[in-house]
Each structure stands twice: as structure tokens, then as C-alpha cells.
Ligand binder design. Structure first.
Ligand SMILES: [Zn+2]
Length: 501
């Protein structure tokens, strides 16, 4: 599906809509409706079940969106969290420098000063994408954080967090105190982050308020024991720097063992990369041939990242590979900066007597982007119907519950819908229109099952009554005892989990 078609369907079904839509919307802000909210919540829970489920020592916390200025000063965001922009003196439009220079400098503009970007603009005779003028200027960089007054005096500043990761770094000292004084220690946050993007675009891909799911794993750099055998044989779709430089776009499948033995990557890194692959492929259902791990080179990655692969998925609606997550080996950069900023040590003493400042492995995941990807990949045409083939545990609704004939079967259907809701299932009662129309509405919303109450149900009597269960993807219908429906549906909505360490 094209991006416009997908967005039109989202709007029509109330999956999401622009914030302040009645005022014409606000650039880069979207609100989720009932279907979108349920899907997003399920996606967050699936992520948590999988990644926090990797270890008994990984935990999820909930932290505020506001950070005091001292935090973003120490983290470097106050100084460096900028996007170079280019302003047209003719038409006064403002553009991201990397977008304007996409053709002449495909590797991007990270690390360049405004003056250096100005030189490229001049030397390459770059023109305004809007009016074609060459009167382009490169102003001093613009900080992407939203600052707010904090307290009533107007003297204190706070910032909407630009990434959830900072909340985990701030929590480390307390989590160490309340925990079992051992590494690794994983601290996950799922929540909103905010960036004052110069050019919000591609709906859920560059927003000014968005949801991240991030796991920061604090570990002993000399010893990170994990069951590598579980992933040793697994092949991963790698696009390494050398391969990229040869012009390749498609990844090469390399075994985890080989990435460690001859690929120069540590076991702990490959282990978590393999679990990210499994999450994309096994849990979210992204096809293997659409996934690649894109290695960032020395000059492309942030200076504090020692290893960085972006997890990219090919999306038809957006015309190519898009970053949906990443794995960053950040060394001790973060705790080092916050140790300096706060005056606290932030190093820990281990049982063998060594005192170490933990290193950080960061797993990031864009919740909104992946919600879009779930539509791009699983929503499509099947003959004359539109079907969203979401895995049942992600589907906003698990089942539609329909009376075949409203007058005769509504009471029974409403009672069954209540019973299913009471055991925690997400069900929707619907008696409007022909049964085929009701199926179609559920297929489009991604609902994996439809339960229909008909004459046979009621005639059989309460002891041994049966209902039909229709399966979305195959359209197969089976009669099952009404008393079995809850157990069947519950089995389908359990989130997959990895084996724990
Ligand atoms: Zn212009």
C-alpha cells in the first residue's frame, strides 16, 4: 500500500489522526484512536515481554517526561543535540541540511560545522528545493529539545526528554541500591520522547512527540556471561561497512558464531542483535527478506557509540529500508558524563572486589514507527477484501462477537461478549448490517477471530450450545462449544517470550 492509502485507512477507521485536527492539525503530532491505542499498547507489551523477558535482571521502570537542565547539560544534549538547517533567503523556507544535500553528500552532515556546510552549499551550487534560488544560508545549529519553565520563579529550566534512555541512566544508582548488587542490570523505559524537528514528515516516522521503548543494559566490560549457544547457529542479515562501500544494498546472511569469530563483534552484542532479529521476525512477523542490520561507520555513528547497527525494514509505503530500532554499544560514556555532572561516583564494587564503571548496551525501538510497519507489512488486499493480518497478540481486538439475527440472538451474544471481556479478552459486539459487512470491518481492523451466535446455538440449549468461530486469514469457520471459546482465544493472545537467563 502507498503511504497516502495507508493514512487514509487509518483516518477512516480512527486508528490515528492529527493532534488538534479541528484547528488544522499540528505538524509532527498525532493522537491515537481506540484501535491505534490498543495496537500500540499491545506492541509495547510484546516488546516488554520479549526484551525485559531476556533476563531475570532486566526490569522496566516508569519515569517522568521532564528532565532538569543539569541532566541534559551533563548528557551533552544542551550543547550538541542539534540538526543543521538551511534557510532560503528568497522564499524564507527552512530545510534540514541533510535533506537538501542528500544528492551531493549522501553520507549526511553529522559532525560538520555550519561553516563547513555553507562551503558545500556554495561549492556545489545547491538550489532551494522550494523556489530554486541559490541564496541559501546556513544559520548556527538549532537545538531540537523543547525547553520549559520549571517552577514559578522563571529561573529554573527543564526539558522534555529527547530520548527515554536518560531516564534509565538516572535510575542506575538507585536500581543498584535496591537490587542484588550484580551486573548485568537492565533498565527499560517505554514512554514519550520529544524533539522539535525542523521538518516533521512521513507521518509516524519523524514526529515531534513519539514513543520509544529502550532497554539499557549495564554490564561489567570484562565479563558479560550469557548463553551464546542459543544463538550461535542463527544467521543474521548483515550489511557491514565493507559491503556497503562496495555498493550493496541487500544484506549478507552471516552466522552469529562467525560474526564473533571473524567479524570482530563481541558475543554480548551479537546475542542481543540475534534476539532483536527474532523479535522482528518471529514476534512482529516481518519477513526475513525485508530485514537488514545496517552498520554505521566510524564517521557516521555518534562518537560515544563503539558499535552501532540500525535495524532496518523495507517498507513499501515509504519506498525502501527504514530504521525501526538499533543496538548501540555505548561504552561507559553515559555513566561517565552523569558522574561528572552529578558528582556521584556511579561505579560499583563487584563480589570479586573489583570496582568498575559499568558499560552500556542500548536496545532502542521506535513504537510509532513499528506500528506503521505493522500496517505496511500486514495490511493488504486479499481478493476483494482488505485484511490486516496482525499476529493475534498484537491485534487491537481479539474477536468480534455477532448475533446472526439481532432479534433472536442478541441477548446470548451480549452475554458471551461480557464473559469474554471478563477474562481479559478484547472483544467487540457488533449487530449492525449484514454478517459479511461485519466480517469485513473486523478483517480491516486486524481482528483474528469472529464468533457468531445463530439459531443452532440457541436451539441446542445452555448445556451443550455451540457457536461458529471464523478465522480471519483462512476465512475457515468451525463450530465449537461456547464454553471453549474463552480458552481458545486466550491461548492466541499470549505474548511470545524468549528463554530467560
Ligand atoms: Zn527558496
Amino acid at each position: 500500500m502507498k503511504s497516502d492509502e495507508l493514512l487514509a485507512l487509518f483516518l477512516r477507521r480512527g486508528v490515528l489522526w492529527p493532534t488538534a485536527e479541528i484547528y488544522g492539525g499540528a505538524q509532527g503530532l498525532y493522537d491515537y484512536g481506540p484501535l491505534g491505542t490498543a495496537l500500540k499498547r499491545n506492541l509495547e507489551e510484546a516488546w516488554t515481554a520479549w526484551f525485559v523477558g531476556l533476563s531475570h535482571d532486566y526490569y522496566r521502570i516508569d519515569a517522568t517526561d521532564l528532565l532538569p537542565e543539569a541532566v541534559v547539560r551533563a548528557s551533552g544534549h544542551l550543547e550538541n543535540f542539534t540538526d543543521p538547517e538551511i534557510v532560503c533567503a528568497q522564499c524564507h523556507n527552512v530545510f534540514r541540511a541533510d535533506t537538501v544535500l542528500e544528492k551531493v553528500r549522501p553520507e549526511g552532515v553529522d559532525g560538520l560545522t555550519a561553516a563547513q556546510i555553507g562551503e558545500i552549499v556554495h561549492a556545489e551550487h545547491v538550489r532551494c528545493p522550494n523556489c530554486g534560488s541559490t541564496a541559501l544560508e546556513v544559520p548556527p545549529p538549532f537545538n531540537l529539545m523543547f525547553g520549559v519553565d520549571f517552577g514559578v520563579t522563571g529561573k529554573e529550566r527543564a526539558y522534555l526528554r529527547p530520548e527515554t534512555a536518560q531516564s534509565s541512566y538516572l535510575a542506575f544508582a538507585r536500581m543498584w541500591e535496591v537490587g542484588r548488587h550484580a551486573l548485568p542490570l537492565g533498565i527499560a523505559v517505554v514512554g514519550k520522547a520529544y524533539r522539535n524537528e525542523i521538518a516533521p514528515r512521513q507521518v509516524l516516522f519523524r514526529m515531534r512527540a513519539f514513543t520509544q521503548a529502550e532497554l539499557q543494559i549495564f554490564f561489567d566490560p570484562e565479563h558479560f556471561a550469557l548463553p551464546f549457544d542459543r544463538v550461535r547457529e542463527e544467521k543474521l542479515p548483515m550489511l557491514r561497512v565493507a559491503r556497503r562501500e562496495s555498493g550493496a544494498e541487500e544484506p549478507e546472511w552471516i552466522a552469529a558464531s562467525e560474526l564473533v569469530a571473524s567479524g570482530g563483534l563481541p558475543e554480548f552484542y551479537v546475542y542481543h542483535l540475534a534476539h532483536l532479529y527474532r523479535f522482528f521476525h518471529d514476534v512482529l512477523g516481518y519477513p526475513a527478506e525485508r530485514i537488514r542490520f545496517f552498520e554505521k561507520s566510524d564517521t557516521e555513528r555518534a562518537f560515544y557509540n563503539r558499535i552501532q547497527f540500525d535495524a532496518e525494514v523495507k517498507l513499501e509505503s515509504l519506498g525502501g529500508y527504514k530504521e525501526l530500532g538499533a543496538v548501540h554499544y555505548r561504552g561507559d560514556y553515559d555513566l561517565g558524563r552523569h558522574s561528572e555532572g552529578s558528582g556521584k561516583k556511579l561505579s560499583v564494587t563487584l563480589t570479586d572486589g573489583r570496582t568498575v564503571r559499568p558499560h552500556v548496551l542500548e536496545l532502542t525501538f521506535g513504537v510509532d514507527r513499528n506500528l506503521w510497519a505493522l500496517a505496511d507489512i500486514h495490511l493488504g488486499r486479499d481478493g476483494d477484501r482488505t485484511v490486516w493480518k496482525l499476529p493475534p497478540y498484537l491485534a487491537p481486538l481479539t474477536a468480534g462477537v455477532f448475533p446472526l439475527i439481532e432479534k433472536a440472538h442478541a441477548a446470548y451474544a451480549l452475554r458471551l461478549a461480557d464473559e469474554l471481556a471478563l477474562v481479559g479478552l478484547r472483544v467487540q459486539y457488533d449487530d449492525a448490517g449484514a454478517i459479511g459487512r461485519r466480517y469485513a470491518r473486523m478483517d480491516e481492523a486486524g481482528t483474528p477471530f469472529d464468533v457468531t451466535i445463530d439459531g443452532v446455538t440457541v436451539a441446542d440449549g445452555p448445556e451443550r450450545d455451540t457457536v461458529t468461530v471464523r478465522e480471519r486469514d483462512s476465512k475457515a469457520q468451525t463450530r465449537v462449544p461456547a464454553s471453549d471459546v474463552a480458552a481458545r482465544l486466550l491461548a492466541s493472545v499470549r505474548f511470545p517470550r524468549p528463554a530467560r537467563t
